[in-house]
Write a protein of this length. Structure first.
Length: 459
């Protein structure tokens, strides 16, 4: 048995502080690697780099594990009518999900559902960040996707990352159709595609979205994972719903943990409930020697936020973020030092990023007490559903770019209310290049390029 390899986290926590879109520093522990399930069949010998290397290694050798989870960004929900506009359908609300078990006689026809699941083939050409005027050798990958109304296809963003050509194939067909990429949401790991060929859309029923499932609800993941060429179906239940780290997006959004198997190639495939409604998109799994059957799907509120954003702006604009580092206030002595009353709760602002939307209204050592009328507890959580709590970053990411929010802040013992216009985070060192090649400038034999996280990882 070969020895296990251990990988260090690419970007460690800075000074024990927690960004606003991440859990506080004292809640970040060493965790295992979140792997985006995407298969790659390379026709040439390629020296892969970064997270793609680790994902391929984990697919072939499950014991290469024990790395740290990466953290970053936000959470979400949206309007149903705008989603219908984005997909080209008539406005209609999401169907209500009944409580309790569903009789088999009420279950949607499985063949009709599976006809809407497609296999995605992509040829990738990654940029060479060390030599920005060059690109690396091409490689290919296969993943999954599914059809929406309005001749749209949903898949994962990492499935078409640095794409040069994308093709899709329907179940039972031997023809691959060329697809166009309409929009890519890096933070939420969602991509929107379309196919111009009319024959591709003949005789197919698009997928219908369902509401956010309850714990222990049954889910069925459909896709084209590694291990064969035909469609695969795995079943499980909803294990957990919380703000989850998105590996590809270096962000944090609402996520659903399930115990159904999610393997390389399942990325972009839908997860259905007992009514045949899509409740999420498979996008990553947890690989650890002490954990089994831990997979993650992107829930419908995040999907709707992406589609609504695209419908409003004609492009993806991102998820808002406060741009602050915060700390829990569970220590009574610390609350007393901040002149908080016994009935006051909130989180301590440790640092405000100078490029953030709240840089002019929040200061270091302020206490953020509520967001849009929802009180924030001392551990940084807010009410979610009946008997559940969730990180307050979920409320922030429910908003859209340029929307306003009301904050209640305690500054040196004095409480005040401020309004801010939210926007996506603007970072001095970008986490992503959003599929674009690196910019560079050559003068007198010297090469200058923009510092980005992908560049730092490539060195």
């Amino acid at each position: 048995m070969p020895p296990r390899k251990k990988h260090k986290n690419d970007i460690g926590a800075l000074g024990g502080k927690a960004p606003s879109c991440s859990p506080p520093s004292d809640s970040i522990e060493e965790k295992s690697r979140l792997v985006s399930p995407r298969t790659r069949s390379r026709s040439q010998n390629v020296d892969a780099t970064g997270a793609d290397d680790e994902a391929q290694a984990n697919a072939t050798d499950p014991k290469r594990r024990n790395t740290r989870r990466k953290y970053g960004g936000a959470g979400t929900t949206s309007a149903d009518a705008a989603v219908d506009v984005a997909t080209g359908a008539q406005p209609s609300g999401l169907p209500a999900k009944p409580r309790g078990s569903v009789p088999k006689s009420c279950t949607a026809d499985s063949d009709t559902i599976m006809e809407a699941v497609v296999k995605v083939f992509c040829v990738h050409t990654e940029p060479n960040y060390s030599l920005p005027w060059q690109r690396k050798r091409q490689y290919s990958s296969s993943s999954s996707g599914f059809l929406l109304p309005g001749r749209r296809i949903l898949t994962n963003a990492h499935c078409v990352d640095h794409y040069t050509q994308v093709k899709v194939k329907r179940r039972g067909s031997d023809v691959k159709h060329v697809a166009s990429v309409l929009s890519v949401g890096t933070e939420c790991d969602i991509a929107l595609l379309t196919v111009e060929d009319d024959k591709f859309w003949e005789g197919v029923e698009p997928v219908v979205f369902g509401q956010l499932p309850q714990l222990q609800d049954a889910v069925t993941v459909v896709g084209y994972p590694i291990g064969g060429d035909t469609m695969s179906v795995t079943s499980g239940v909803v294990s957990r719903i919380e703000v989850t780290a998105y590996m590809h997006g270096s962000s944090e959004l609402l996520g659903i943990q399930i115990d159904a198997a999610i393997n390389s190639g399942n990325s972009g495939g839908p997860a259905f409930n007992d009514l045949g409604e899509c409740v999420g998109i498979a996008f990553q799994s947890l690989k650890h020697e002490d954990a089994e059957n831990i997979g993650y799907i992107i829930p419908t509120p995040v999907i709707e936020h992406f589609l609504t954003d695209y419908a409003r702006h004609g492009r993806y604009t991102g998820f808002p973020c406060l741009g602050v580092e915060w700390q829990k206030l569970e220590n009574p002595d610390l609350r007393a030092a901040l002149k908080m009353q016994p009935d006051q709760k909130g989180v301590l602002i440790r640092r405000v990023e100078p490029t953030s939307a709240v840089s002019e209204v929040l200061q270091q050592n302020d206490v953020l007490m509520s967001f849009d009328g929802v009180s924030i507890s001392n551990d940084g959580t807010v009410p979610f559903r009946s008997g559940e709590r969730i990180s307050f970053s979920y409320l922030v990411s429910n908003k859209y770019t340029d929307e306003e929010a009301e904050l209640v802040v305690l500054h040196e013992g004095s409480q005040r209310t401020v309004r801010v216009s939210l926007r996506a985070p603007v970072r001095l060192v970008p986490f992503h290049t959003r599929g674009l090649p690196p910019s560079y400038f050559i003068v007198a034999g010297l090469v200058f390029t923009t510092v980005t996280v992908p560049y730092l990882r490539s060195e």
